[in-house]
Design a binder for this molecule. Structure first.
Ligand code: GLP
Length: 262
């Protein structure tokens, strides 16, 4: 794991955007896994800026989103379809046919999930998977006790996630769907790089458990300790419960010149 602690979420998001942009420069037909929630918003804004001002070209990029609520139409204002089109896709030159987001209204969920996995493989696998993290350590919607071998499937949200996400539904818990389709932890672990963003004090415990806790299904994100190329971009507030914070800074600041952008 590489722990990158930046002053604030803006700096961290811009550094993460640099990693994504470099991939697209090096591999114009890159496959990128994307996340929703408030955390990746600044990263997406920076990618849009790079597209508009620096010509970052998404015309051959393929994307796969992590998850979607079951029971929300694509057009619903809180669907992850709406989120992604509003906050990223409508402002870059990505082709609609290259965008993949689980369909929360599909009749046969199991068949859909199998096909989603097949499409990821057919696209060549995910080069970079962008992740946020729930306050309980969930990634995608893989709640605690999710199998580390899980693939795309239906999941039930925890009551804590329903409560956390009620803020997007006017604060009304009863409006938050209880089920979702999410890529599995096995799917996420297959990505060639995982890039996790975590900001704010509310994520500090989850971040510490992810990096310094035991690998255990009770904290799904802890599996990233087993990933060969996981980068964690956190702000100062999210780093407050890390025991080895000075070590992570020392490693990052002392990176050899040739490794600095890697
Ligand atoms: C949801 C999403 C996750 C996201 C998490 C954190 O549960 N399914 O992918 O990481 O929320 O959201 P936020 O970034 O708003 O804190």
């Amino acid at each position: 794991m590489e722990i990158i602690i930046k002053q604030d979420s803006r700096e961290a998001s811009h550094a993460a955007a640099g990693v994504v942009a470099r991939l697209i420069h090096e591999k114009p037909n890159a496959v990128i896994g994307l996340a929703t929630g408030s955390t990746p918003l600044v990263l997406y804004r920076e990618l849009i800026r790079k597209h508009k001002e620096e010509g970052l070209d998404f015309s051959r990029v393929t994307t796969f989103n992590l998850d979607e609520y079951i029971g929300l139409e694509k057009e619903h204002e809180q669907s992850y379809h709406t989120f992604m089109w509003e906050n990223l896709f409508s402002q870059i030159n990505i082709k609609a046919e290259n965008v993949h987001i689980p369909d929360g209204m599909v009749a046969d969920v199991s068949a859909f999930c199998t096909e989603y996995e097949r499409k990821i493989v057919a696209a060549g696998g995910i080069d970079i998977q962008v992740l946020g993290i729930g306050s309980d350590g969930h990634i995608g919607f893989n709640e605690y006790t999710s199998s580390f071998a899980s693939r795309t499937r239906i999941k039930t949200l925890t009551q804590r996630t329903v409560k956390d996400n009620a803020r997007f539904f006017g604060g009304d818990k009863s409006k938050v769907p209880h089920h979702c389709i999410t890529m599995g932890i096995g799917t996420i672990m297959d990505a060639r790089m995982n890039l996790l963003l975590a900001f704010g004090e509310g994520k500090a415990k989850a971040v510490a458990d992810t990096i310094e806790g035991p690998v255990a299904a009770i904290v799904p994100s802890s599996i990233l300790q087993h990933h060969p190329n996981a980068k964690l971009f956190v702000d100062e507030a999210a780093a407050t419960q890390l025991k080895l914070v000075d070590y992570y800074r020392w490693v990052y600041e002392g990176k050899p010149e040739w490794q600095k952008d890697a």
